[in-house]
Design a protein around this ligand. Structure first.
Ligand code: APR
Length: 236
């Protein structure tokens, strides 16, 4: 791949692997979340209709857990890149934790939602939310007891696909960090980027399902690979 410093418009896709070294479970690795819980029980609209307590308890547990975790060196390196990069840059994260922002990154888009907001299905607004939802607390904006986790469940449309596609059209470099490439539409971004002429780089612990679409793949922990790559891009 050509020298990193020559690129101007960068899209960075992150997944659970970027937060793994902060102590947040990934989904599909050994002992991961989807080994502990069935997707059908906790991460679909049907599951919520069938057993809302089970679903709310699952997200209450995760919402409380992420607030005890800290950003790691990968989050900090990406925040540094975001604060100094003169060109276009968008961190498209599949993660629902706030570690990118707590590290200082600003150009972040949560395509699968966020733990620290709730979605009121009565007024369709998303108030900041750090506590549990199991007691069905009233929406702080409209008073209705209609709050649900602001997380995109399987079968639901991810957030801001227009914004993501616009960034991909502009990008001359697409970088994927800590994702298995198991879930669409995120898993298809590398192909779109490649077909639009962008260079493509994967930073991951192991090869993802979409590895063959990347011009370059670097294997290792995010806390090592990401700071190294950011140094390269910033040329210092
Ligand atoms: N450093 C780099 N990569 C890592 C690390 C690490 N320390 N630890 C794990 N990984 C890699 C794994 O090798 C794997 O490829 O991160 C990836 C995590 O994959 P998943 O658990 O499948 O998570 P992700 O790709 O983010 O899942 C996508 O699926 O369940 C849904 O909505 C959920 O956003 C999620 C989506």
């Amino acid at each position: 791949m050509a020298a990193m410093a020559q690129y101007r418009n960068i899209v960075i896709l992150t997944g659970a692997g970027v937060s793994a070294e902060s102590g947040i479970d990934t989904f599909r690795s050994e002992g991961g979340l989807w080994e502990q819980h069935r997707v059908e029980d906790v991460a679909t609209p049907e599951a919520f209709a069938r057993d809302p307590d089970l679903v709310l308890r699952f997200y209450d547990m995760r919402r409380a857990a992420i607030q005890t975790k800290q950003p790691n060196a990968a989050h900090h390196a990406l925040a540094r890149l975001d604060s100094t990069w003169p060109g276009n840059l968008l961190i498209v994260t599949q993660n629902v934790d706030d570690l990118h922002e707590r590290a200082g990154a600003r150009r972040v888009h949560h395509m699968h939602g966020e733990h620290l907001t709730a979605w009121c299905t009565a007024c369709d607004r998303r108030p900041r939310w750090t506590g549990p939802l199991i007691e069905r607390p009233p929406c702080p904006l409209c008073g209705a007891s209609a709050l649900r986790p602001d997380v995109v469940w399987f079968g639901e449309m991810p957030y801001g696909m227009d914004r993501i596609h616009a960034a991909l059209r502009e990008a001359d470099l697409f970088v994927s960090i800590g994702t298995s490439g198991a879930v669409y539409p995120a898993a298809g971004f590398v192909r779109s980027a490649r077909e639009l002429g962008a260079a493509t780089l994967e930073l991951n612990l192991e090869r993802s399902r979409g590895s063959s679409w990347f011009v370059e793949t670097r294997l290792g922990p995010a806390t090592e690979l990401v700071p190294e790559w950011v140094e390269e891009v910033l040329g210092c």
